[in-house]
Design a protein around this ligand. Structure first.
Ligand code: ADP
Length: 440
């Protein structure tokens, strides 16, 4: 197959290398070759030596790497754009508050808008952290035996504002008899709220969404169906891939990153299930079906988390807020003071240990990464003292990796929250911690 090349080497007395496609029994393959002349004593070409190699697989792999690199670059551009979008309205809102501090209606409106934009941003970032955790096998599920109905109602509650805003009709039907799963409530409801939110996004206003569940032998199939824009058949295959969006203008206007479905797939698989997408095509609606293993029925319910009432709102706790970002610590302190607590702030670990000793807080919200002394070392110092044992110390980080949780637990923290702190999360954690701490 290389006669032409060999002739050329003979004629030119120069080595050549190159690639040729070859149609063989294994289909189309690519070979690379290198031929060099063997020159005799008389200066003539005595022979031609060379090698050829099948490089099809290597080339395919290189192409895949290039594609992945390009996708990542595109994703970073998209990410920067999506993260910047909410900033303009937030800054405008601040300006409104500055210009018209006494116009309560305007201030209220600006505040609600800022809250919405900020929540959107937090959601994007949470999704990113989640998908990176899944991809690095760092996601930890807190599995318990729970009812499918609880998962669905939590998902519906999350997705309802989006569904209602778009004027869709949502119909939920699940089996009358209880279906038990061994699952992480938060993570699994995230799966269904993502699917419901997508159906809501990709369905023109006034559409219909059905969420239905059907129990089969050993498993339950939960499907989310909509009357939306549908998915072209050629896109169905890659819709669950990270960063993938169907090439339509609508995706650009919905403010997504193209990781929602990758997250859905990752979380479902971690629960031992599968997910598939179906659509009859453009404008024909879509159906996403999640299949999950069910666990045997058990008559007694898992004990509900006790409702201990309010732990921090209106209960005048002594709280120390530690954060080297002064705006971060001051704003959190302000919020806690408005809720009736006595609050002090410190901006590094050394100051935190000193204030903990003089102020004797019941609760410390401790940032981890700080100059002078980090939050984990400060926690260790505080725990060395007899007065330091009864304090509920909650680590705050911007990075909710699971090994961070472990490290903060080892350092003596009682709990771990990811910034920005969500008041209900803090309440929930303290409601659990404070009685335990008080009991010693
Ligand atoms: P995002 O919604 O952020 O773009 P997702 O990973 O959630 O990312 O979804 C990937 C793509 O799948 C979307 O961009 C959209 O094109 C398509 N898609 C998802 N759900 C639906 C649906 N219910 N109907 C039509 N298209 C959908």
């Amino acid at each position: 197959m290389h006669d032409r090349e060999i002739d050329q080497v003979r004629a030119t007395k120069k080595p050549i290398r190159g690639e040729v496609p070859f149609e063989g029994t294994n289909g189309r393959r690519i070979y690379d070759y290198i031929f060099v002349p063997v020159i005799g004593a008389d200066g003539e070409v005595e022979a031609v030596a060379g090698t050829t190699r099948d490089v099809t697989d290597r080339q395919t792999m290189e192409q895949e790497l290039r594609d992945a690199g390009r996708k990542k670059d595109e994703f970073i551009a998209l990410l920067a754009h999506e993260l910047r979008n909410p900033l303009a309205p937030i800054r405008n809102g601040l300006q409104v508050m500055r210009l018209a501090p006494d116009d309560f209606a305007a201030v209220g409106e600006a505040r609600d808008m800022m809250d919405r934009q900020l929540s959107h941003m937090v959601r994007l970032i949470d999704d990113l952290l989640d998908i990176s955790r899944i991809n690095r096998n760092k996601m930890e599920l807190r599995r318990t035996r729970l009812l499918l109905a609880d998962v669905i109602s939590s998902a519906v509650e999350t997705a309802r504002p989006a569904v209602e805003e778009a004027g869709h009709d949502l119909v939920v039907s699940i089996p009358g008899s209880p279906v038990y799963l061994d699952a992480d409530l938060t993570r699994l409801s995230q799966v269904f709220s993502n699917l419901l939110t997508n159906s809501s996004k990709y369905t023109p206003p006034g559409g219909r969404i059905w969420l239905s569940a059907e129990k089969r032998r050993g498993e339950v199939m939960v499907s989310v169906r909509d009357t939306g824009i549908g998915i072209p058949p050629e896109s169905l295959a890659f819709i669950f891939d990270m960063f993938s969006q169907v090439d339509r203008t609508i995706e650009r206007s919905t403010g997504g990153l193209g990781i929602g479905l990758a997250l859905v797939k990752g979380l479902v698989e971690m629960h031992g299930g599968t997910v598939k997408a179906e659509s009859d095509g453009q404008g024909k609606g879509s159906t996403f079906t999640v299949t999950l293993p069910v666990v045997a029925h058990r008559s007694e319910h898992a004990p509900e988390a006790a409702d201990n009432g309010q732990a921090i709102a209106g209960s005048a706790r002594r709280v120390l807020v530690v954060d080297d970002n002064r705006d971060g610590s001051e704003s959190l302190a302000m919020m806690l003071r408005l809720l009736g607590n006595e609050v002090r702030t410190a901006n590094d670990g050394v100051a935190a240990v000193g204030l903990a000793e003089s102020f004797r807080p019941e609760v410390i919200l401790m940032d981890v990464g700080m100059p002078r002394m980090n939050g984990l070392d400060a926690t260790r110092r505080i725990r060395e003292h007899p007065w330091g044992k009864a304090i509920a110390i909650i680590a705050l980080t911007g990075w909710g990796q699971d090994n961070d949780r472990e490290r903060s637990r080892e350092a003596g923290c009682d709990g771990h929250l990811v910034k920005p702190v969500d008041l209900p999360d803090l309440e929930k954690l303290l409601a659990e911690l404070l009685p335990r701490k008080a009991a010693g």
